[in-house]
Design a binder for this molecule. Structure first.
Ligand code: HEM
Ligand code: HEM
Length: 179
């Protein structure tokens, strides 16, 4: 059995990371802006990038399901359980964060046209009170995602620099295992 992720899975992992950072940076830029055509453009970009995370996920999960890779290789029983829980929660948040953003947008009365090309259905009707709830839930889920990502990245770096095993190399194949 293979001892690292397949190249398509590695590519999707890092593409998702780039998309999340982009969505986050766009959202923070939006916060300080007054309403203008420029701001509306950034809103649209934020939504398109965020929706891309959601749309890439089924492909990633499908590839993960058929991937012939020993996910327990080099890990202790505790690490197997801990990483499976964190990865499971990360996958759930990769669905919840964009979905709550989409729900917020629909409830606020703004339809999403993905990259100006694909018109997405409104998930709920226009409802100001509901929009506020989804806005809070979207922001809360982003914070939870960030906290888990910090934990996840710290664990990956700990494996590489302190345990000196091949866990980080699984996701960065050109990296060398520390001797
Ligand atoms: C990975 C995906 C995403 C990330 C990381 C993300 C992140 C964020 C962040 C950090 C904020 C600022 C929250 C705050 O008020 O403190 C925000 C706001 C917002 N997001 Fe997202 N988002 C994502 C996906 C989406 C999607 C898919 C949509 C809609 C289709 C969306 C719609 C919005 C809207 C409309 C706001 C502004 C809320 C307001 O202040 O009125 N987001 N997002
Ligand atoms: C937005 C940020 C990130 C998200 C959402 C994310 C998500 C994930 C998920 C869901 C997996 C599990 C893959 C699977 O087995 O199905 C994974 C694996 C992995 N990620 Fe990330 N990741 C992020 C950032 C990072 C960063 C910054 C690093 C490195 C510092 C990293 C290193 C790794 C490694 C080494 C694995 C393989 C772990 C193992 O096989 O046990 N990730 N990531």
């Amino acid at each position: 059995m293979r001892k690292r992720y397949s190249l398509p899975l590695i590519s999707l992992h890092w593409l998702t990371v780039i998309l999340i950072i982009t969505a986050y940076v766009l959202a923070t830029m939006l916060e300080d802006m007054t309403l203008s055509p420029q701001k509306l453009k950034l809103y649209a970009w934020h939504k398109w990038v965020g929706i891309s995370v959601l749309f890439l996920l089924p492909l990633r999960l499908l590839l993960r399901f058929v991937d012939r890779f020993d996910h327990r290789y080099e890990l202790s029983p505790f690490e197997i359980k801990a990483s499976a829980s964190v990865h499971g929660m990360l996958y759930l948040l990769l669905i919840a964060v964009p979905l709550l953003g989409w729900l917020h947008s629909s409830a606020a009365g703004f339809s999403v046209v993905w990259f100006g090309l694909v018109s997405l259905p409104d998930l709920v009707g226009k409802d100001k009170a509901l929009a506020e709830i989804f806005k809070e839930l979207h922001a809360g889920s982003v914070n939870l995602l960030l906290a888990l990502v910090v934990l996840h990245a710290a664990a990956a770096l700990y494996h590489h620099y302190f345990q000196r095993d091949g866990v980080l190399v699984r996701m960065i194949p050109w990296l060398r295992k520390k001797s």
